[in-house]
Design a protein around this ligand. Structure first.
Ligand code: DP6
Length: 341
């Protein structure tokens, strides 16, 4: 009942519009992003504020398309890839409330994702970024990208970065986050090959895992203390397009995050044999003079960054690496945007 008021208010604001007004619906798409300096740890659980800043690259090709339809049904609905998805619904409802207000009409949200969900490929990042953009347009709330990024970040910390394309830095203030685009999508032709080493959903979500890390890992505090140093190194490397320097800090930061996970109680180990084999393949590629570095998130997939001249050999070597099931190859993509329905 509360939600129905939004409809009346908005209709009253524009008298006569009731008969001509189109349905409150819009579609948006967003890409996942891969952090090179990782977000791991929360400063404020209730608001999902990150304990550390992070730096990421938004991907091209991998994509979530989201349609929000404020159709004033009896309750919100979420449909992912054609299937009703009640498990994620409460997070979606909260996100819609933050975009359109709690007095909004109920919505049907339909999501199509062209890559595995919940397998360490940042599917929640592209999902919540697309959701905020679509909901903002459907409800005609007119929020700026930074406001939508903060709302998406409240749903899933990494989603804030997917509002923007290219290379993105998220700064973690005491009370809120800020975002800066360090390079546009077409400024630096980084290539990414994702080695898929398992298709199933991860056993422990990243949110719960980082809470466990904060509570139990003896390395957590030094992880937090040193993050600004890593961010500065990565920011400087991006500014002068220094691939080697970026790779060094990215691998170091990734392995540090996984050390925090491994040293949690119970330990959090997302890797499998193939994850390790891929890391070794990347090391050998470098030994043979090819510029490439890896990063790994809360899952067993290995993301290998290279420049265009090395991407074919990266793909060839990963294909031959034992345990690699398949690969995705992409470049740097744009931020979240509206699309025709
Ligand atoms: C390892 O953004 O999924 O991918 O805020 O709890 O939804 P929640 O966490 P999420 O965590 C991402 C963790 C990471 C590193 C990163 O993307 O920075």
């Amino acid at each position: 009942m509360v939600r129905a008021r939004f409809e009346q208010v908005s209709y009253n604001l524009a008298p006569g519009e009731t008969t001509t007004r189109q349905k409150m619906t819009a579609s948006a798409e967003a890409h996942p992003n891969i952090a090179l300096v990782k977000y791991w740890g929360k400063r404020d659980l209730a608001r999902n504020l990150p304990a550390v800043g992070s730096l990421s690259v938004t991907l091209a090709d991998l994509c979530t398309q989201m349609t929000v339809d404020f159709d004033a049904g009896d309750s919100d609905r979420l449909i992912i890839n054609g299937q009703e998805a009640p498990a994620m619904l409460s997070r979606v409802t909260r996100c819609l409330d933050l975009v359109a207000g709690v007095d909004r009409p109920c919505a049907t949200v339909e999501s199509q994702c062209n890559f595995p969900i919940g397998a360490g490929l940042a599917s929640s990042a592209s999902a919540f970024a697309a959701l905020t953009v679509a909901a903002n347009a459907a409800a005609e709330t007119g929020h700026e990208a930074l406001v939508l990024a903060k709302i998406a970040g409240a749903a899933s910390g990494s989603a804030a970065r997917s509002l923007y394309g290219g290379v993105v830095e998220l700064s973690a203030g005491d009370d809120e986050i800020d975002l800066t685009q360090l390079a546009e999508a077409d400024e630096w032709p980084l290539q990414v090959v994702v080695a898929i080493t398992a298709e199933e959903e991860k056993p422990l979500g990243s949110g719960a895992a980082m809470i466990r890390s904060a509570e139990t890992s003896p390395f957590y505090s030094s992880w937090i203390e040193r993050q600004d140093d890593d961010l500065a190194l990565a920011r400087d490397a991006v500014a002068v397009k220094d691939f080697v320097a970026l790779g060094e800090v990215a691998e170091h930061n990734c392995l540090k995050m996984h050390s925090v996970m491994w040293s949690s109680r119970p330990p959090i180990v997302y890797w499998n044999q193939a994850t390790l084999a891929c890391m070794e393949s990347v090391r050998l590629l470098r030994e043979n003079g090819h510029h490439a570095f890896f990063t790994i998130d809360a899952g067993p997939q290995v993301k290998v960054f290279s420049m265009p001249d090395a991407v074919d050999i990266v793909e060839e070597v990963l294909r031959k690496t034992p345990g690699v099931l398949r690969m995705l190859r992409t470049g740097v993509g744009d931020g979240a945007r509206l699309i025709p329905k």
